[in-house]
Write a protein that binds this ligand. Structure first.
Ligand code: PGA
Length: 370
């Protein structure tokens, strides 16, 4: 096994303190493990990849390239099905000494339902995850905010209601009902009278596309999930971030403000401080997308940290870990970690490629032992 070369790059620290000088947040280098120093957090969101067995193989290959690495926090977020297997694997004593794993390797789930139990076929609660040895939960991921969650298929169902047959039936039923909003009656009358089928199917398609892009988890559901995970004493990794449309319309900060308010309002500073926030611009996520530029990342991170400082004080804001996510790779992790507001990364695609994720854990600086 080759020796790991630790080439220092100016401004990139394994551990650091954070200060505010005027309006600027700054990182100040700390000795590894110095009391109060910030330890970066690099988490792999495996999404819907890996089986329990391949998940174990993935973890073992990563740890093999990161022996004795205890100066950063590492998160693995396998699919629900793989959680128990990865937990058992990480807990094995002989492995812990073999790889030098300490308390810095953490098991995360990718979602949790907001009620503890009940008639919710297919859902998994925070209480169940806690019992299964999970330490934290990713919440508010854009995959779930926009495309998944409880409303999959909802858009298509709504759009189908715009067929002539359905509209006519509905119109007959409600045309004389006083209780129905007159504007609704008028709109239905108009749509039934409209003989142009192309207009109706065009409208249906438009609505379907509009709703599909927004039919995932709402801010309200995410807020309930945050509370349910905190109630179990588990960590929250909260994702926020704007989509392409919001960025193009200069609405990034307004949207971030809204998402943060919805998820965090009412929580005391001591709780907020323990939450990890991931800034994940939706347009920078996934295969084929370009990662955000360092200036865009810096600006969004400063906005989020200032937002926390305003509500919970500068000390809380300085201590909080805010990650970046969206096409993080061994090639760009150094410039991302150099940004004063960035405390780590939430990694998707590269997190299921063991050599890439190991290189990211080394901040891409080292000749990673192979
Ligand atoms: P990506 O995903 O690294 O594949 O862009 C990041 C994420 O979705 O958390």
């Amino acid at each position: 096994v080759e020796k790991i070369m630790n080439t220092a790059v100016p401004g990139v620290y394994r551990n650091y303190f954070r200060q505010r000088k005027g309006k600027q947040w700054q990182k100040v280098e700390a000795k590894v493990g110095e009391p109060g120093a910030i330890r970066p957090f690099l988490a792999g969101n495996w999404k819907m990849h890996t089986t329990p067995r391949s998940g174990i193989a993935l973890v073992s290959r990563i740890l093999d390239e990161c022996r004795g690495m205890t100066d950063v926090d590492v998160g693995f977020a396998p699919p629900f099905l793989g959680l128990a297997a990865v937990r058992d694997y990480l807990e094995a004593d002989f492995l812990r000494s073999e790889y030098g794993i300490a308390g810095n390797v953490h098991l995360y789930a990718q979602d949790a339902f907001y009620l503890p139990q009940g008639a919710y076929t297919g859902e998994v609660s925070a209480a169940m995850l806690k019992a299964a040895g999970v330490e934290g939960v990713i919440l508010g991921h854009s995959d779930r905010r926009t495309r998944l969650g409880n409303n999959l298929g909802f858009a298509t169902n709504v759009a189908r209601r715009l067929s002539r047959g359905f509209l006519e039936q509905k119109w007959q039923r409600i045309r004389n009902q006083e209780s129905v909003d007159p504007r609704v009656r008028k709109a239905l009358e108009f749509l039934v009278a409209e003989s142009n089928d192309e207009f109706r199917s065009g409208l249906a398609q438009f609505l379907e596309e509009e709703i599909r892009g927004r039919a995932g988890e709402s801010d309200g559901v995410i807020q309930k999930k945050v509370c349910s995970v905190l109630e179990q004493g588990m960590r929250v990794l909260l994702c926020v971030g704007e989509d392409r449309e919001a960025r193009d319309h200069q609405e990034t900060f307004r949207l971030l403000d809204h998402q943060l308010r919805m998820a965090l309002d009412g929580l005391p500073a001591a709780t907020v401080r323990e939450i990890v926030i991931a800034y994940e611009p939706v347009w920078a996520i996934g295969p084929g997308a370009q990662p955000a530029q360092p200036e865009q990342i810096a600006e969004a991170h400063d906005f989020i940290r200032d937002w926390i400082a305003e509500r919970h004080g500068e000390e809380t804001a300085a201590a909080m870990r805010i990650l970046y996510g969206g096409n993080v790779s061994p090639n760009n992790v150094v410039e991302i970690m150099r940004i004063a507001g960035v405390d780590g990364a939430l990694v998707g695609g590269a997190s299921v490629r063991p050599h890439d994720f190991a290189a990211i854990l080394h901040f891409g600086l080292a000749n990673v032992a192979r």
